[in-house]
Ligand binder design. Structure first.
Ligand SMILES: [Ca+2]
Ligand SMILES: [Ca+2]
Length: 437
């Protein structure tokens, strides 16, 4: 028997090999057979273990889904939609919040519904449509004021604020009715219209309950006094209710915009009037109308006068091209081959830096572009930078206070192997509005 040769172990539980006396050595064949048997046994053990784990996992996932179903059942009724809010100055008809049921909304007299009139509880337990609200009927909706008069909505009435040169209840009479100051030359709404008698009801026990109309507050003296929304909210930027100006009215308020703007439908924003599309401009024939925030401008881009054998011709409303140069004129060859004009309306005090304008060539012949600011009043507020190989950007770098007109001239040079191929000049004019809108 060789030293180190395999020996069968006695009493080993895994060993299926025929019992061999402990002192006897196994021959090679016997040892190989024992090893093979052991390997088979291990494979069988491994498979059984794996099967056991799989079974356990399956059982666990069944248990989990059962528990989850139970939890959903206990977490409220799945057949009900969430409670809905009743709009102020209106009512909600229908109480059922169950899937498939509907509720309806109506407004009190003097109010109209904005939003969904009917909402249905859907199978996914959400409501169809949008939450409605009741808006006071606008007496100004028919635009009753003539000659650009400003209409002020009242309680089932309206008042026209007439521009200089017009008077009368609808601003239809030429001439001044009263000394007209600039904005705001407000209405003489009598002080009495800002206070009203409350509506009171006697209870059976003799108790008296009084209430005020919307927009009014019951005062200690027993009178309903108008809430001055403008004074309460408009003075602080955090609570400001109107973008520009606020006019207090009995029971409500109205936002006002400066000339050149129209009050937006949501009643607190001012939107610029585009005078150029509306033909409300006073530009003469041959001028171009540029709409700006709060106004408009009339412009007429002009090509430079002929100089040093260099002359330009207008090729479109906003572009000049250089005429062919005389063969020997170096000055002409170095001058810009084209000039374009750009007019940008801008709001005052916008955040900076702000990209105003992108510049590139229509057909690139060279291998690189260079940009530089070469002039213009107010050029200190601008900077140029490359945005990619073929494009440059003009940036506003300091906030522009309005009203102002800023001008800047940008030169774009095109090179091929460091040889100048040509120059283009962008003449940019920014019209800054007096307001931030
Ligand atoms: Ca008020
Ligand atoms: Ca405008």
């Amino acid at each position: 028997c060789m030293p180190g040769s395999p020996r069968a172990r006695t009493g080993h539980a895994l060993s299926p090999a025929p019992p061999v006396p402990p002192s006897e050595c196994l021959n090679w064949q016997q040892a190989l057979s024992v090893v093979r048997q052991m390997q088979k046994l291990l494979v069988a053990q491994e498979a059984a273990h794996l099967q056991g784990t799989r079974g356990l996992r399956h059982q666990l996932s069944i248990l989990q889904s059962r528990l989850q179903r139970q939890a959903t059942k206990h977490n409220g009724n799945p057949e009900i939609c969430p409670q809905l809010a009743v709009p102020q100055n209106g009512r909600m008809l229908g109480r059922s919040l169950r899937v498939g049921h509907e509720v309806h909304f109506v407004c009190d007299a003097g109010f109209r519904l904005v939003g969904s009139e009917t909402r249905a509880c859907r199978h996914n337990r959400t409501w169809s449509g949008t939450q409605p609200f009741c808006r006071s009927i606008d007496d100004c909706s028919s635009n009753p004021c003539a000659n650009s008069g400003t209409c002020v909505d009242g309680n089932q009435s309206y008042t026209c604020l007439c521009p200089p040169g017009w008077s009368g209840p609808s601003c239809q009479i030429p001439g001044h009715a009263a000394p007209v100051s600039s904005f705001p030359d407000w209405v003489t709404l009598s002080n009495s219209s800002f206070s009203r008698q409350p509506r009171c009801a006697e209870g059976r026990s003799g108790s008296r309950r009084c209430s005020c109309d919307t927009g009014f507050q019951l005062q200690p003296g027993g009178v309903c006094q108008d809430v001055d929304e403008c004074q309460i909210y408009q003075s602080s930027p955090q609570t400001q209710i109107c973008l520009h100006d606020c006019l207090n009215l009995p029971g409500s308020y109205r936002c006002l915009c400066p000339p050149g703007y129209l009050l937006h439908a949501d009643r607190n924003a001012c939107e610029d009037v585009n005078e150029c599309t509306g033909k409300q401009h006073n530009c003469s024939q041959g001028d171009l109308c540029i709409n700006t925030f709060g106004g408009h401008r009339c412009v007429r881009p002009k090509c430079p006068l002929p100089r040093h054998n260099t002359s330009y011709v207008k090729t479109s409303a906003f572009q000049c091209e250089r005429n062919p140069c005389p063969m020997d004129s170096r000055a002409c060859h170095l001058a810009a081959s084209s000039i374009s004009f750009h007019y940008l309306p801008l709001q005052a005090n916008r955040t900076v830096p702000r990209v105003l304008f992108k510049m590139s060539t229509t057909r690139s012949l060279g291998d690189s572009l260079r940009f530089a600011i070469t002039g213009g009043r107010g050029q200190g507020a601008f900077a140029v930078r490359r945005s990619d190989r073929q494009t440059g950007e003009l940036l506003l770098t300091s906030p522009a206070a309005g009203p102002a007109t800023l001008e800047v001239e940008v030169e774009m040079s095109e090179f091929s192997h460091k040889v100048l191929l040509g120059k283009h000049i962008f003449k940019v004019t920014a019209f800054v509005s007096p307001y931030v809108f």
